[in-house]
Each structure stands twice: as structure tokens, then as C-alpha cells.
Design a protein around this ligand. Structure first.
Ligand code: TYM
Length: 330
């Protein structure tokens, strides 16, 4: 085993291919030679108002998605964050070694708070809870997409400040970011990252049905003209990236080479590129969808999450006990 990794995903109801290529694929791969702790972060999700019934169902649904994508609850610890309240206790304590100035520089906070009537204090202190998630398990690696790298830098600063004030306890966690797929862009607007919050047209769900995926890919933004040797527009680049990522999972990479050559020669028909993206995506998504249906049918998800929470708590309790002692609490 090469140390412990931790990562989390918000229970937004469903995973999109940005989550999958940017993070979840790595979550699955790391299970081979790491001790893995994976968390569905519902405490994070409530920083923006969400219907309680929707949230509870979304957490279960996310667990099913993750298992379908290859997270094995026997090998990894898979659990819902709020079942381990030590996360919030540590977050409070870490908040006292977090610089207010650092929090004001978080770009995700700026993005998520922009245009909102009500901005919660929880949304502002969100990265402190994220640091607590990781440090609670003294994880050394954190598989994430590019958008989380800034939060990870802050987690390291928080660990350093705690260690220097109270004595060495937390390792500084390193982000594990894939070379390709770390930032998949929206199909409808390739200047922003793929996310659910931007709206239906902007993302492809891993569990979405084929006809809807086909429609979204067909209407993906590209550009108007092609001249030999012209620069690739962001939309076309994003489609090529998705195609490459999908073919890398057991597909035939010659199609990517061919299409790239056609592009270079100024002869590529974007409809051909889009068809290839669709075919390759469906090839990898189809078995994931089948697996999800099987896991959902087995009716074991509650049991799996309970067991995961129990195992997570066993790791979390000694850390919290040590933190309380060092800080002089209790
Ligand atoms: P979340 O739920 O937004 O996303 C889950 C993972 O998917 C990655 N991701 C992407 N990767 C590539 N392209 C995209 N368009 C894209 N969109 C999302 C994210 O980088 C992430 O790895 N704050 C975190 C959840 C969290 C967490 C943690 C992560 C809470 N505590 C501790 C790591 C460690 C978030 O909102 O991810």
C-alpha cells in the first residue's frame, strides 16, 4: 500500500463526465495500491439551499453512481459525510488556524457567490470543511480535478499552521490531478467548465440516456470555418479531449489520429468528430449504466453506507482525540 488517499464529491444527484474523467476514474484506479477513503459530502452540499428530501435521495444516488463507476466498497471506505460528525468538529478547530485573507481569495467562492441574493457563511468557510475532510484521515493524496487545486493548497497551509502551533500531526496532502481530463469544459459554452449548476445543456450525465447524450453532443459549440493549420477553438479542443479520454479506455486510438489529421488538413467535418465522440462515450458509459442498475436492484446501498461510516469513524476518532488533547480542549 502506498499511503492513504481521500476524496469527496457533492451529492448533486448525478455524476457528469467531467467528474468522471477529472476525478472518479482516478478514485477507482488508486484502489489498486492505496488505502482509499471516499466521501459523499452532504455537509458541503447544504452551503447552498437544497430541499432535505432531495438531498437525502441524492446522497444515495451518488453512492450508486460511484459504485457503478468502479468504487468497490469492500476495498474502499465509501460513506456519507454527515454520518461522521467528526468532520464538523475538526472543521471548527481548523477554522481557528485558517487565515480570513486566504478564504477571501478562493475563486470557487467568488464564482458560487456571484449573483446570489443570499450568500451563506458556510459557503465562505467551505474550504475549511474540505481541509477537515482530508486531514481527519491524515490522507497524503487527494484525487481531484483542476478546479479543486486551490482548495488543496489551502488545506496544506492549514495543516502547516496547525502543525507549527500544536506540533507535527497532519501530513500535507498533495492533489492527484490527471494529465488529461482535469478540466472538461461545457459543451454549450466551452469557456466555462462542465458543471450541473450551469444547466442541462452544459453537461453530459454518466447515467443519461443515449438519445439525450446524442442531442447534446450534436449541438455542442464548435466554430464556423476551417482552414489548414488553423488553431483549434476551445469547443473543438474539448471534443477531442473527450474523444481521447474515452478511446483510452479500451477503444481504438486510430480514430483520434485520423480526425486530428483531417483537422490539420482543414478537412474535418465536425459532424464526424461529434459522431465519434458519441460512439466512444457510449461504449464506456453503457456498462457503467448496467452496473448501476444491478447495484440499485440489490438493495444493499444503506448497508454499504452504514458499514462505510463505521469504518470511517474508526479512523476519525483517534485523530479527533489527539487534536482535542493538543489544543487543550475537553
Ligand atoms: P465536486 O462535487 O464539484 O466534484 C467532484 C470531483 O469532480 C471534479 N470535477 C471536474 N473535473 C474535470 N472537469 C470538470 N468539469 C469537473 N467538474 C468537477 C472535481 O474537481 C472533483 O474532484 N469541493 C469538492 C468536494 C470535496 C472534496 C473534499 C474533494 C469536499 N471535500 C475533500 C476532495 C477532498 C467538490 O465540490 O467537488
Amino acid at each position: 500500500m502506498n499511503g492513504r488517499v481521500f476524496s469527496g464529491a457533492q451529492p448533486t444527484g448525478t455524476l457528469h463526465i467531467g467528474n468522471y474523467f477529472g476525478a472518479i476514474r482516478n478514485w477507482a484506479a488508486l484502489q489498486e495500491d492505496h488505502e482509499c477513503v471516499y466521501c459523499i459530502v452532504d455537509y458541503h452540499a447544504i452551503t447552498i439551499e437544497v430541499d432535505p428530501n432531495v438531498l437525502r435521495a441524492a446522497s444515495r444516488s451518488m453512492a450508486l453512481d460511484l459504485i457503478a463507476c468502479g468504487i468497490d466498497p469492500e476495498r474502499s471506505i465509501l460513506f456519507v459525510q454527515s454520518a461522521v460528525p467528526e468532520h464538523t468538529e475538526l472543521a471548527w478547530i481548523l477554522g481557528t488556524v485558517t487565515s480570513y485573507g486566504d478564504l477571501t481569495r478562493m475563486t470557487q467562492f467568488k464564482d458560487k457567490s456571484a449573483g446570489r441574493k443570499f450568500v451563506s457563511a458556510g459557503l465562505f468557510t467551505y474550504p475549511v470543511l474540505q481541509a477537515a475532510d482530508i486531514l481527519l484521515y491524515r490522507a497524503t493524496g487527494v484525487p481531484v480535478g483542476k478546479d479543486q487545486v486551490q482548495h488543496l493548497e489551502l488545506s496544506r497551509r492549514i495543516a502547516r499552521r496547525f502543525n507549527s502551533r500544536y506540533g507535527e500531526l497532519f501530513p500535507e496532502p498533495e492533489p492527484i490531478v490527471p494529465k488529461k481530463g482535469a478540466r472538461i469544459m461545457s459543451l454549450a459554452d466551452p469557456s466555462i467548465k462542465m458543471s450541473k449548476s450551469a444547466g442541462e445543456a452544459h453537461y453530459i450525465g454518466v447515467m443519461e440516456d443515449e438519445s439525450s447524450i446524442r442531442k447534446k453532443i450534436r449541438s455542442a459549440v464548435t466554430d464556423v470555418g476551417l482552414k489548414p493549420g488553423s488553431e483549434m477553438s476551445p469547443g473543438v479542443e474539448n471534443l477531442f479531449e473527450i474523444l481521447e479520454l474515452a478511446t483510452a479506455e479500451g477503444g481504438d486510438p486510430t480514430i483520434v489520429r485520423e480526425l486530428r489529421e483531417e483537422f490539420e488538413a482543414g478537412k474535418l467535418l465536425y459532424s464526424r468528430l461529434k459522431d465519434a465522440v458519441f460512439e466512444e462515450l457510449i461504449r464506456i458509459i453503457r456498462p457503467i449504466q448496467q452496473r448501476r442498475a444491478e447495484v440499485a436492484q440489490s438493495g444493499k446501498i444503506e448497508e454499504i453506507l452504514e458499514e462505510g461510516a463505521m469504518r470511517a469513524r474508526e479512523l476519525a476518532r483517534p485523530t479527533i482525540a489527539e487534536v482535542r488533547k493538543r489544543v487543550g480542549l475537553g
